[in-house]
Design a protein around this ligand. Sequence first.
Ligand SMILES: *Cc1c(COP(=O)(O)O)cnc(C)c1O
Length: 386
Amino acid sequence: MKKDKNHRFGTRAVHGGVEPDPSTGAIMTPIYQTSTYAQNAPGEHKGFEYSRTQNPTRIALEKSIATLEGGEYGIAFSSGMAAISSVIQLLKAGDHVVCSDDVYGGTFRLFDKIYKNFGLEFSFVDTSNPENIKKGLTEKTVMIWLETPTNPTLKVTDLKEASAIAKKHKALMVVDNTFMSPYFQRPLELGADIVLHSTTKYIAGHSDIIGGAIVANDSDLAEKLYFIQNAAGAVPGPMDCFLTLRGIKTLHLRMERHEHNARKIFEYLKKQPAAKKIYYPGDPDHPGHEIQKKQSSGFGSIVSFDIGTLENARRFMSELEVFTIAESLGSVESLIEHPAIMTHASVPPENRAKLGITDGFIRISVGVEDIDDLLDDLGRGLGAIK
Ligand SMILES: *Cc1c(COP(=O)(O)O)cnc(C)c1O
């Protein structure tokens, strides 16, 4: 761990948390597909008792993700939602959370449809203006929940400013960093207390697992989260941990290519009159562009745009050959989706309208394919609506 910290990102991605297996020297952490561990005598064991509590493959993944975020403690979960739910389990009835109004649809649903029933309160505000965070605070606010850039309208929140507000109010600041990956943005360095991921997306990166992770620096906070991980039990299986570790080894390479392709696609869409409004934080005209440049080293690979009508969206998407119509994002293959019908169907229509998620709104997750094939594909789609 100590040694990893001195290394640069790409080296940490390849080596972080991973030691040759002590029993054989295997260079890849084995998939410890076991539920329990033999003890020499009652209570006399090698540090492993039961796989919900400890598993060597999971521990390697937890260390790896922690080093990528520049944090001390990594805690892995069976999904991004399980990680999110586990963070909320730090709270008690009566506590209040100020949350970005454009969070991942599943996060909104979990807070609004489940945790509200347990006496927790949530205010959803546009955190891209820090004044709204301040206005949202009550004496019961114990947590500020941020996603930046948001999904799918890519609103940017100033993490340093938000952290100053959180610290003054003695509230924990949580950042869902899924969209940027630690390659482009490390919220702990900007004042966050907890950073979390759906590792399903860029971190694993190959559309082959569902997973989540939390990283924190404070040992008391981490201890509580490890307790919740074990007590509530939303742990990932060793096979999924192995695949996630394997994905991480190329995270830096993939992110560079994702970014390159997304920029080219933005430049292409900008010249297309049919793409009426484009959402991409790398756009110099994007309202969050300057903050994004200050707090991140890249703009990611999500580009959204408005193509006018549902009919246009349907025609456009039906012509595509390389882009696959699917939920999810952050993987090697390019995906395209219609938030109003697909990922954000659980967001009430009036909230969708407020956020600009119209019936002509399309989100793409740009993969790492050959850019010219992606551009040809978009051209085919646009041809169908002219
Ligand atoms: C996908 C996603 C989640 C949920 O993660 P799962 O792994 O699908 O449970 C949470 N936040 C963001 C930003 C996501 O993109």
